[in-house]
Design a protein around this ligand. Structure first.
Ligand code: R5P
Length: 292
């Protein structure tokens, strides 16, 4: 089957060769979207539509509107490749009245894409996201991007900075043959403050904290503080997604707690990423999805 690659505005930095989408904003802030490819180039093709849905919310709209336009152009299949899936953390109702926003986004994609749509994402926050889809949904594991940085590093304990990261840390510890793994007992208070109550497992002098997202960086900073107070000398971080516009990465860099933070470009990084950060491209993962 013929394939076509289309890039939303949030995907241009991935270095993937694909056609763009024209997206303009009206004076009032609403957007209009046009796919400029000729209809007969798209008819009957499998389209890989690539774009992250990080804030602003227009990135979600662009994805939805592009799927709508593609269906009107008679494509035979759409693979929406969404490296950073916004709202994935809002996957359960923590208190009555709270929206399960991850479910709402999944249902919007499903409604607009119908049976021609498949969705791919990278290192989703939890398996709950998958359960919101009644269409094909595949999560791509990004751990291979980080492995080379840590394979063979001596006396390294992999630490999950909270219980949600336990499985991720445990799996990564096995993949790199680490000395061990541990999980921090974290609690987030109602005002968003993060506190550490303890740790399950033993840590040595060198630690790698593994997480899915750095946002405010509160989770990593408070966890790293705790680890340093427990006698750890050297801390590394591997976190797949960084929400750059929240500024937490700057707090983390300025904390001086971390020797190196490895993250990826699922969300476009700013041009002046601090030297203690290394941004790894997710292009190899996206190429694998496209070239299957
Ligand atoms: C929480 O469950 C997630 O896995 C991350 O640990 C969290 O979202 C990171 O957020 P922040 O950087 O704001 O603490």
């Amino acid at each position: 089957m013929r394939k076509k690659i289309l890039l939303t505005g949030s995907a241009k930095h991935f270095g993937i060769n694909g056609a763009g989408i024209e997206c303009n904003s009206f004076g009032g802030g609403e957007i209009s979207l046009t796919i400029k490819e000729p209809k007969n180039d798209l008819e009957g093709t499998e389209v890989f539509l690539i774009g992250s849905t990080n804030a602003p919310a227009e990135n979600i709209l662009e994805m939805l509107f592009a799927i709508n336009a593609l269906r009107r152009m008679g494509v035979s299949g759409i693979s929406a490749v969404i490296p950073y899936f916004a709202y994935s953390r809002a996957d359960k109702e923590k208190f009555p009245g709270e929206s399960v926003s991850a479910e709402a986004v999944a249902k919007m994609l499903e409604a607009v894409g119908g049976s021609v749509l498949k969705v791919f994402s990278v290192d989703i926050h939890s398996e709950r996201l998958r359960s919101f889809f009644n269409i094909s949904f595949e999560n791509i594991d990004a751990s291979e991007l980080f492995m080379g940085k840590f394979l063979g590093m001596p006396d390294l304990t992999v630490v999950g900075p909270d219980h949600g990261a336990k499985e991720r840390a445990e799996n990564f510890a096995k993949e790199i043959n680490a000395s061990g793994f541990a999980t921090i007992d974290k609690e987030r208070l109602e005002d968003g403050t993060v506190i550490v109550k303890g740790i399950t497992g033993k840590v040595g002098k060198r630690v790698l904290m593994v997480d899915d997202i750095i946002d405010s960086a509160g989770t990593i900073i408070v966890g790293a503080d705790f680890l340093k107070a427990s006698g750890v000398d050297e801390i590394y971080v591997a976190a797949t997604h960084t929400v750059w516009n929240s500024g937490g990465y700057l707090r983390l860099a300025n904390s001086g707690l971390i020797k190196k933070v490895y993250t990826t470009n699922t969300i476009k990084p700013p041009s002046d990423v601090p030297g203690s950060f290394e941004v790894i491209s997710v292009k190899p993962l996206l190429d694998k999805i496209i070239n299957r």
